[in-house]
Design a protein around this ligand. Sequence first.
Ligand code: F6P
Length: 549
Amino acid sequence: MSEPETAGRAAFPYPELAAELQQLADRDRELTISTQLESAPGHLDRFRCEAAGWELDFSRHLLSPEAVDSLMKLADAAGVLRDREALFEGQPLNHTEGRAVLHTLLRADTAPAGLEAEFNAVQDCQARMSDWVHAVHEGTHRGHGGERIRHIVNIGIGGSDLGPRMAVEALRPWHVDGLEVLFCANVDPDDLAARLAPLDPSTTMFIVCSKTLRTEETLHNARSARQWLLDGGVPGDALGNHFLAVSTNLEAAADLGIPAANTLPMWDWVGGRYSLWSAVGWSIAFAVGMDRFQELLDGARAMDQHFREAAPECNMPLWLSLLEIWYVNFMGAQTHAVIPYHQDLALLPAFLQQLSMESNGKRVNHQGQALDYATAPILWGDVGTNGQHSFHQLLHQGTVLCPIDFILLTDTAASHDREGKQRLLANGLSQMRALMVGRDAAASRESLEARGIDSGRAAELAPHLVIPGNRPSSTLSCGHFEPATLGALLALYEHKTFCSGRIWQVNSFDQWGVELGKEMGAEIFAALGGSGQRFDLSTNAMLESIIDE
Ligand code: F6P
């Protein structure tokens, strides 16, 4: 905190456009969303686009056609769509670490020019991944005593956990029979113990999943898992039957005693939070089979193609990003909610948190200058309808501007309980509508009187029932949800994150902010073990309060 924070700060790029957008935002803040929607000809069609099985409806925003034009000019000035090619070509966009950013190559079906070696490495890796998945599913690979593998436990954290964990849950209807995939991320010993308690070591296999294999949590849990296997009767020389690894650090995997044949590679050109398409997604392939995993990749590739080819006005990732820029930089929003109306997508907000906040939660631009403008908002969310009974109160009547992405899977016929699914969707639609139209004082009074409350008391209570409405939200809807549409949805948010990062001029692919805590964690752990190192008064007091007999 010692550096003078205001001097020499970088202003929002493109100052003239920024001034124009600010003026428009100050005006559009006063718009009435429902009036815009009803009275502007063609509004619904103009604020809608389709890609890879998804439709984005962004007609319910505080956004005039003039603001749309200015945002398009901003995207053009920022060169967002020009820069997307740098992504697909593998240019070193992660310049602070000197790395290319090539997660799109993991789902490519042909080798981009100049990237043949990387493409072939990915194909080889997928072939080996597939062999293992088939071997476990068909029972040709078994536990040390000849029993079939019944549980796969992915040990990893951050990008080596959130994406696979979310996708495995999201693809529940496609899970293969007889094999359960579980996840352990936290170094909290109670987490691993709880995961392992019902499992049998002779039928359990672990995937140690870590890009670096230097992550404390994962290394500790991998060692604990190894001990659990040994304690459970797995002979030391048969541990290979029960361990797989995914890492760029093949030597560290060998040091853990995991045979090279059981270890799949990662590459430094894949960021952790963009890695579920690689062997980091092995757990997904075990859960749903390699064909379904391939469909996930196919869907992501369809969204890649849309992002590369669609014109700016109907480019879905670009639109999600421009809405983010609009609210964060010109309307002052500090938060963004994602609310899927689908229980199996419950972990999507947590996945998106890492994707967005670790990528774009940055305070300096490419040149290292401190920014004088906001970057990634706080992203959060939970499934509907559950959230309706907790945080939706704030969304409807709180004082915070929080744009929302609603995610709806609209295929009621596919449900085993059509009425239940209709109830779920009706709830989603009603939330979007209530946020937009609200309820005024007169309607609030009427509603109270209809409940038998006398008119005097109704007048007193009415302000508590008023819902101002005019709260912005988008809807992403999908008519037929399957592995491919999940892939497309995740790629959509990846590309949105890319676009916002380009406009903010931040490196969306590094994460230096998480390092300091890790370094301090190692010192404090050593102090707990008796190193004698002292810290600030507060930390010292806390250390003394930890009883370590
Ligand atoms: O602590 C943050 C982080 O570096 C993430 O970026 C990454 O996804 C996670 O840790 C796990 O890293 P690894 O896969 O190397 O264990």
